[in-house]
Ligand binder design. Structure first.
Ligand code: GDP
Ligand code: MG
Length: 247
């Protein structure tokens, strides 16, 4: 599976590049400059809690003329982040507080369904009493104060990022077992087909917890992929009994 992408976005000068360097510093494995449209974006892979992810510093985006305003840049960054990121780290400046550009960016970010972590940078000495309320008002949950310059609290930020990754969220986890239902009216040979499928060149594996709904669910493995084959004969019979009919 491709590494999850974590985009660092925010208006200019909030410390995105400093944070990026801090987060990937010392753990850099691959430097990957993707050519083409994203010419000036910086991608680096890093690892935290045994999880590999690709950080993107969106600061170096080459701007076309009409997008060269701060607002234009902010919009462009938001669009890119929404498109390719799995998690967005939204960096604001704890010293200056929120600006109109910050709020504009927040408005755009609100449209994405992706997890957003507000990172209050430049919280150099006052981690415990920064103006959290102001940043809470952005509506993206608990802001995380850090000092990218001094490396303060960046571990907490990385923890939060890893926790927000799609693969760590139950509902987004890719199923590693593929269920196959064999359906047809009684006596067409469903069970024989199932037996033939499982019997040939396949390894029947032990019951995988939570996958076996009843005796006719048979887990097996083929080409390294787990399947569970469901012979619906049992369901059919049960329904007939419930309805009290016979056909
Ligand atoms: P970017 O435009 O968002 O990428 O911001 P930069 O990373 O280039 O940083 C802008 C300025 O903020 C630089 O002068 C940094 O040294 C400074 N800066 C970044 N992080 C911190 C921090 O945690 N504390 C302080 N005091 N300054 C910082
Ligand atoms: Mg930068």
């Amino acid at each position: 599976m491709a590494k999850p992408v974590v985009a660092i976005i925010g208006r200019p000068n909030v410390g995105k590049s400093t944070l990026f360097n801090r987060l990937v510093g010392g753990r850099v494995a691959i430097v990957d400059d993707t050519p083409g449209v994203t010419r000036d974006r910086l991608y680096r892979d890093t690892e935290w809690q045994n999880t590999w992810m690709t950080f993107v510093d969106t600061g170096g985006i080459d701007l076309v003329e009409e997008e060269s305003t701060i607002l234009g840049q902010v919009r462009l960054q938001a669009a890119i982040a929404m498109e390719e990121a799995d998690v967005i780290v939204y960096v604001v400046d704890g010293r200056t507080g929120l600006t109109p550009e910050d709020r504009e960016l927040a408005l755009l970010l609100r449209r994405t369904k992706k997890p957003i972590i507000v990172c209050v940078n430049k919280t150099d000495q006052f981690v415990n009493n920064f103006n959290a309320l102001e940043f809470y008002s952005l509506g993206f949950g608990e802001p995380i104060p850090v000092s990218s310059l001094h490396g303060m609290n960046t571990g907490d930020l990385l923890d939060a990022i890893v926790q927000a990754l799609p693969m760590n969220e139950e509902e987004h986890r890719e199923p590693d077992i593929i269920p196959i239902a064999v359906i047809g009216r009684p006596n067409v040979g469903k069970s024989s087909l199932v037996n033939a499928l499982i019997g040939q060149n396949r390894t029947i594996v032990s019951e995988i917890p939570g996958t076996t709904r009843d005796a006719i669910d048979t887990p097996f493995k083929a080409n390294g992929q787990n399947f569970v084959i469901i012979d619906t004969a049992g369901l059919w019979k049960k329904k007939k009994v419930e309805n009290g009919t016979d056909s």
